[in-house]
Design a protein around this ligand. Structure first.
Ligand code: HEM
Length: 185
């Protein structure tokens, strides 16, 4: 068995880097908004959050394309069918949330409407979403809640990955690590 394709590994680590940045931006900007601090800094934080979150959405589409087009490398023989089922379910949930969270954010800013990001650049409005501030509020609430569910799943995902790297040492971590492709037992 070999590693994931280099493009898949690159996308994985780039999205992995974007999530904590989006989390910090999201919490920071909403804390400033709650404190009624509507200045250039708050607008910049919102703009960066929206632009980066929208980028993640497109990168996830690219990841899905690769996932559907290329078979994942086989798991090492040491993994039981239950392990594999849990791993695959976890990855499916992560994909679902990595689509749902940015889609809800985009739908929210379309309904609000607040499509401006940075340097005067506006996001396109999400098709079929009408301008409705009450709907926007609900979408943002769901967006925030699912973002925290996503973080909880990512913590489990990282713990499992580190378990493979440090304790099982079965090559599962290395097949997603950038650099030379590896073979696992
Ligand atoms: C994976 C991508 C994303 C993650 C992980 C994420 C995460 C977060 C988090 C943690 C918050 C703070 C929630 C709270 O304090 O309750 C937040 C708020 C927000 N996000 Fe995102 N976000 C993502 C994508 C997006 C996108 C694509 C947009 C819009 C294009 C967006 C627009 C917003 C807005 C406007 C808020 C403030 C909502 C409010 O004021 O209640 N987000 N996001």
């Amino acid at each position: 068995m070999t590693s994931y394709r280099p493009a898949q590994r690159l996308l994985h680590w780039f999205v992995a880097l974007c999530i904590p940045i989006l989390l910090v931006l999201g919490l920071w900007m909403t804390a400033r908004a709650s404190a009624n601090l509507w200045d250039d800094q708050t607008n910049l934080l919102y703009g960066l959050h929206k632009a980066l979150g929208f980028t993640v959405l497109w990168l996830m589409l690219l990841r899905l394309f690769f996932k559907l087009r290329t078979a994942a490398p086989a798991y090492p023989a040491s993994l039981t069918p239950i392990h594999i089922l849990v791993a695959k379910s976890m990855h499916g949930l992560l994909y679902a949330l990595l689509f749902a969270v940015p889609l809800l954010g985009w739908a929210g800013v379309t309904a609000y409407p607040a499509l401006i990001t940075v340097a005067g650049y506006h996001l396109p409005a999400m098709p079929w979403v009408t301008q409705d501030p009450a709907l926007a509020k609900q979408l943002f609430e769901l967006h925030g809640t699912l973002a925290f569910v996503l973080v909880a799943l990512i913590v489990c995902h990282v713990a499992a990955a580190l378990g493979h790297l440090l304790f099982k040492r079965d090559g599962v971590f290395e097949r997603m690590w950038p650099g030379k492709s590896v073979k696992t037992p």
